[in-house]
Design a protein around this ligand. Structure first.
Ligand code: SAM
Length: 412
């Protein structure tokens, strides 16, 4: 009965909380769709990579045959270097929690029957017209003409100027790069840049620039700083696929992010995405969090599954684990009286399960973090290195409009 209640909540919200509250299943498409009324996020668009995998049978590449897996495992066991040993230890700490979450997912047959149907709902990818020029915004932001580019927002209007689809709209033309572009309305707004259309969610804004301009986001007063800072840096991993999707940066560049200056006086919850490379975990522990003034308190594991509930790769596969980490901590502001109270607010490690979308696209977990935000509510939220927008959030990066492109949506 409890499970049925959870299922109806899930169908509405896209979030399924298992009886043990450390484990949560998220359907990104359902979650994102709550931000739109005139548009729907297309499941075929969101899950395109994943369903392409299924069609091409590439899951076989991910889930190596038992023999190959065993050979790799044995090879690893024979010659793990010091860093690999540390990575393996980290994995062994996470493994019982991940296995427990996975076991609960397999028991949730009602939930799995919904996820299986995603495959059918998404239909065929044939005829889908997904953006092909993936680095359009990044490339335009780099060239000398960038300051001249403008975006046209089609703002809903009460008096009559132009008629589109029965409603009236007024164009607002503003610089696209190095400028805070705001949709302050309570409805989504369509926007146009060159021949590309974008959908901006209600009460959202973006600032599209290179890392060198990120200081422009620092608030004049700490009391108007951000209390939730979500960061998904372009870590260097040397993969050719990553290079074709977006540029990466060496670790030392992230030290320059002004996290303390961006934080609210009453402190900020900082959430940092990181892959499983030991090199990055060490850098964060020893250099990055200390430089930002962040104290690491908890880790959320994002466990990636297919629509049938199976893991996208073997849990023990050394260089291709089916999970990534979100490290959570607080940056203590000038006005924080009692650091201990903040530390105790954040629950210890958790597992978030979802079916992955496009390359490196993270599940929408903003609302799962809101309750742990310090200071006045609702908190002011910023996403650094964002590729999409959310109501109530400022999205910063060199392509925060990427997944807002109209081909990722269907009109209701
Ligand atoms: N969280 C995003 C998502 O879920 O889709 C993925 C972010 S991706 C890991 C990192 C982003 O940082 C990419 O959009 C990349 O283009 C951007 N980026 C790379 N170099 C940058 C720079 N110098 N300044 C600003 N953004 C940069």
């Amino acid at each position: 009965c409890l499970a049925r209640d959870e299922l109806s909540v899930f169908l509405e919200s896209g979030i399924y909380r298992f009886v043990d509250s450390r484990f949560i299943f998220v359907d990104p498409v359902r979650v994102l769709n709550r931000s739109y009324s005139r548009f729907r996020v297309s499941p075929a668009g969101y899950y395109s990579r994943f369903f392409d995998y299924e069609r091409k049978g590439l899951e076989n590449k991910d889930c190596l045959s038992y023999g190959k897996k065993r050979k790799r495992k044995e090879k690893k066991l024979r010659c793990l270097n010091e860093k690999e040993c540390a990575a393996d230890q980290r994995h062994q700490v996470a493994k019982p929690l991940l296995l427990k979450a996975y076991e609960l997912l397999l028991q949730a047959t009602d939930l799995l029957s919904v996820t299986r149907s995603l495959n059918r709902e998404s239909g065929s990818s044939e005829g889908r017209n997904l953006p092909s020029d993936h680095q359009l915004l990044i490339e335009h932001g780099r060239i000398w003409q960038a300051p001249l580019y403008e975006i046209t927002l089609k703002l809903p209007e009460h008096d009559q100027s132009s008629e589109v689809g029965g409603s009236s709209f007024k164009d607002r033309v503003v610089p696209l790069f190095n400028n805070l572009v705001v949709n302050e309305t309570s409805d989504e707004v369509e926007a146009e840049f060159l021949d590309h259309q974008y959908i901006l969610p209600r009460e959202s804004c973006f600032y599209m620039s290179d890392l060198r301009q990120v200081h422009n986001l620092i608030p004049a007063k700490a009391s108007s700083g951000f209390s939730l800072i979500l960061i998904d840096p372009p870590w260097e991993n040397g993969s050719a696929q990553q290079k074709s999707k977006y540029p990466t940066l060496p670790n030392r560049y992230f030290l320059a992010l002004p996290i303390k200056k961006l934080s609210h006086g009453k402190g900020a919850l900082v959430a940092l995405w990181v892959t499983n490379r030991e090199k990055f975990h060490r850098f964060i522990d020893l250099e990055l969090f200390p430089a930002w003034g962040v104290v690491h308190i908890s880790t959320y594991y994002w466990l990636k599954v297919k629509a049938d509930g199976s893991l996208i790769s073997d849990l023990d596969l050394f260089h291709h684990r089916p999970y990534e980490c979100l490290l959570l901590g607080y940056c203590y502001g000038e006005d924080v009286q009692d650091v201990k109270i903040l530390d105790q607010t954040l629950p210890k490690d958790r597992v978030i399960i979802s079916i992955p979308g496009d390359y490196s696209r993270k599940p929408p977990i903003a609302e799962l973090l809101q309750e742990y935000v310090p200071g006045p509510k609702p908190g002011r939220c910023i996403e650094l290195f964002a590729r999409e927008m959310n109501p109530g959030w400022l999205s910063w990066g060199n392509e925060p409009l990427h997944f807002q492109e109209s081909q990722y949506f269907t009109r209701t």
